[in-house]
Design a protein around this ligand. Structure first.
Ligand code: IPM
Ligand code: MN
Length: 394
């Protein structure tokens, strides 16, 4: 019996392969420390829907809510797997958990490790020094453009009638019209932005100047929701005089993120803007195979690689497991801070050191960052490094 209850949702495509590497890291921690994990694996996702007619077994949402300390999710998304209402099959899992567990912050660190080529120009030419890309983007995760879909998914996950927004009319538009309301609330913005300032306090500032900085990225020159988001940001920033408050519109941010990533320390933004900008951010850190994330609320959290199911690579044991390994790193840091267990925070740091050492040496890496090693070989090699560090320390 372990002392932390971890639910693993492998999901679709390559999610199933990287989930095994995430579990290998949990097993390694368990074998080399006093921290144990009760792991429960729940089959789910679009492929599961196609073969069984359900996104996951009844009671799975409740298990994640009531009998789980932290969740690892591989990936959701199977081409062609759609529910009768047209929504993504597997949405109950990824979107249902985000909304149903009130995981309001999607925390996405973007860091370029030494030895890893970024993907600008699609090539392997090094433009940024590794230390120049080290930021965390916090994407609002429960409202904005995703709001209706999130609510529907959470309702479905809990067996409730599915939410539909009130019909709206649009003067001047005729014929068939599809639309997604984009509600942004002060309370929803506030809790995300406050977490942004909290995250900044745990970091070392922006690479360019060491200044603690939180950047509010919006489109407040155009949308009312963004105006409220920015107003909320200003009132929170006032309470943090030692952290620089920085502002940008999403369109300009796309330029600056690419041109001067070293300026950014912590970024807070709304749901869809965060979805889009973190894929660009992944390019700066060596691609989607390097991008880890945590979906975090006050009571619950799940951790997932950002890359998705990558169906064309599925079953080939070739994708990069580092996004998943670093998602377990985030999970350990989360559990450590939540429960006041400093050892788990230290374990998170040792995972980071193991990944950094492995990449610096650069001998065994997957195709996406210039090698030809398999997913499981990279996962095993990093787990071995971690085992060594843990056994020295614990
Ligand atoms: C992500 C993904 C999801 C999203 C999809 C799979 C629904 O792109 O986690 O970024 O749009 O949020
Ligand atoms: Mn995305």
């Amino acid at each position: 019996m372990g002392d932390h209850r971890i639910t693993v949702l492998p999901g679709d495509g390559t999610g199933r392969e990287v989930a095994l590497e995430a579990q290998r890291i949990l097993d390694t921690i368990q074998a080399n420390t006093n921290h144990g994990f009760d792991q429960t694996v729940i089959p789910c996702g679009g492929q599961h829907y196609i073969s069984t007619g359900e996104e996951w077994a009844p009671g799975s949402f409740e298990f994640c809510r009531d009998e789980t300390d932290a969740i690892f999710l591989g990936a959701i998304g199977q081409p062609g797997a759609r529910l009768p209402n047209g929504d993504l099959a597997g949405g109950s899992v990824i979107l249902g958990l985000r909304s149903g567990l009130d995981l309001y912050a999607n925390v996405r660190p973007i860091k370029l490790y030494e030895g890893v080529p970024h993907k600008i120009h699609g090539g392997f030419r090094q433009i940024w020094e590794p230390g120049m890309v080290d930021m965390t983007i916090l994407r609002e995760n429960t409202e904005g453009l995703y709001h209706a879909l999130l609510r529907r998914s959470a309702d479905r996950a809990q067996g409730r009638p599915e939410y539909e927004p009130e019909p709206m009319t649009f003067p001047g538009l005729e014929g068939e019209v599809a639309y997604d309301p984009r509600p942004i609330s002060r309370a929803g913005s506030q809790r995300l932005i406050e977490m942004g300032f909290d995250v900044a306090a745990t970091r070392n500032g922006a690479p360019s100047d060491g200044q603690r900085r939180v950047s509010c990225i919006d489109k407040s020159n155009v949308t009312r929701g963004c105006q409220l988001f920015r107003k909320t940001f200003e009132s929170i920033a006032e309470k943090h005089p030692n952290t620089e408050a920085d502002y940008g519109y999403i369109d300009a941010f796309m330029q600056w993120l690419t041109r001067s990533p070293e300026h950014y320390d912590v970024v807070v933004t709304s749901n869809m803007f965060g979805d889009i900008s973190t894929d660009l951010g992944a390019v700066l850190q060596g691609g989607m195979g390097m991008a880890a994330s945590g979906n975090i609320g006050d009571q619950h959290a799940f951790f997932e690689p950002v890359h998705g199911s990558a169906p064309k690579h599925a079953g080939l044991n070739k994708v990069n497991p580092i996004a998943s390994i670093n998602s377990i790193q985030m999970m350990m840091d989360y559990l450590g801070r939540k429960n006041g267990e400093d050892e788990l925070i230290e374990i998170a740091r040792l995972i980071d050191d193991s990944v950094a050492d492995h990449l610096r040496e650069g001998k065994l890496v997957t195709y996406d960052i210039g090698g030809s090693a398999s997913c499981s070989d990279v996962g095993t090699a990093i787990a071995d490094r971690l085992a060594h560090k843990l056994s020295e320390r614990f």
